[in-house]
Design a protein. Structure first.
Ligand code: TYM
Length: 334
């Protein structure tokens, strides 16, 4: 008998354009994993409601995330590519898990504390229980691996806790989900201004989006923070210079990286030249994805088909898990 493939699940919120962080933290892994695992990838539209976006824009944003995922190489025939709100079982599992999640631990979540700081007027219960909903997404498919960037590490740790707590209380239903990256360490793509990470909503000029046109990519890269260069051979790199090397590592060839590393160590580096090279390599990386995503985005019928097919696949796995969950909890009365 053929061995069943291990299960993978992940999601992206439709809160803005996908950027290089989403690509290297998440989507690049999705594309590799689709060959070897049973994969469930979704657009997390319910999670996006926690920050009260203008819901008139949801449809276009969901379409864009789907199109960008496919343009990056995700094949809707190989994976279940779906929309979170189409799988009603998620809401049911979220409800059961909420009984196992404690206010104190939820309040300590870093992403929750950040949101409270940024939007003190919108501290809703959905925001507090955001990691519970994320856990429901993952364990609904009894997933083992969750390809995500470093910023999701804490949410994954909470998902493991909630899954274990369920198993302890009601009996073994769920495996322990693990954050996953090919390589080893989870990835954090830094922002171009040297402060924090690239993000969909903050410092737009320091973030490279997969939809940026060639001129904008060049402009953003050329504005990245540098200094006058090292004066002592072999000096350690300041954070913002390390970041430029990191970005180069993602898109440039080995020879190019080696050359600039040597220039740095010999104090002959010219950051203007380095950024020009990085800008061109970035343009070559991003422009084919942008063009492909644009044409997919305009094909609404195709995207509808993708969503329907993805939801149908996801529902099969969700329904099977929920049978086990209801039985384990004791909600079967006949
Ligand atoms: P979201 O939409 O913020 O980000 C989507 C994915 O991109 C990764 N990422 C990054 N990786 C490296 N460097 C960066 N600068 C960077 N910025 C973003 C994120 O780690 C993530 O993998 N809560 C999730 C969505 C979600 C989910 C799930 C994820 C909902 N349900 C179930 C996994 C499993 C989020 O807001 O991701």
């Amino acid at each position: 008998m053929e061995k069943r493939k291990e299960i993978v699940m992940s999601g992206i919120r439709p809160t803005g354009f996908l950027h290089l962080g989403n690509y290297f933290g998440a989507v690049r892994n999705y594309v590799r994993m689709q060959e070897d695992f049973e994969c469930y990838f979704m657009v997390a539209d319910l999670h996006s409601l926690t920050t009260h976006p203008d819901t008139k824009e949801l449809k276009a944003n969901v379409h864009r995330v789907l199109a960008e995922n496919i343009a990056c190489g995700l094949d809707p025939d190989k994976v279940a590519l779906y929309c979170q709100s189409h799988i009603y079982e998620t809401a049911e599992l979220y409800l059961y898990l909420n009984m196992l999640a404690y206010k104190g631990e939820l309040e300590k979540t870093v992403t929750f504390k950040d949101k409270v700081r940024q939007h003190p007027d919108n501290v809703n219960a959905g925001l507090l229980t955001y990691p519970v909903l994320q856990t429901a997404d993952i364990i609904l498919h009894r997933a083992l691996y969750v390809p995500v960037g470093k910023d999701q590490e804490q949410h994954l740790e909470m998902a493991r806790n909630f899954a274990n707590r369920f198993n302890h209380r009601y009996g073994d239903v769920f495996p322990e989900p693990q954050a996953f990256n090919y390589g080893s360490e989870l990835v954090k793509v830094p922002s171009l201004d040297g402060v924090g990470k690239m993000s969909k909503s903050e410092n737009q000029y320091a973030t490279l989006y997969l939809s940026d046109d060639d001129e904008l990519i060049r402009k953003k890269v050329m504005k990245a923070k540098t200094d006058s260069g090292p004066t002592v051979p072999g000096s350690p790199k300041p954070d913002y210079i390390e970041n430029i090397f990191l970005l180069m590592n993602l898109v440039s060839s080995e020879e190019v990286i080696k050359k600039f590393e040597e220039d740095y160590n010999q104090c002959t580096i010219r950051y203007g030249d380095m950024k020009k090279q990085l800008a061109e390599d970035m343009v070559n990386f991003i422009s084919p994805i942008r063009e492909k995503a644009e044409s997919i985005r305009n094909d609404e019928r195709y995207l509808q088909e993708v969503m329907e097919k993805g939801a149908a696949k996801a529902r099969i796995s969700a329904k099977a898990t929920m049978e086990l969950v209801r039985e384990a909890i004791g909600l079967k009365y006949f």
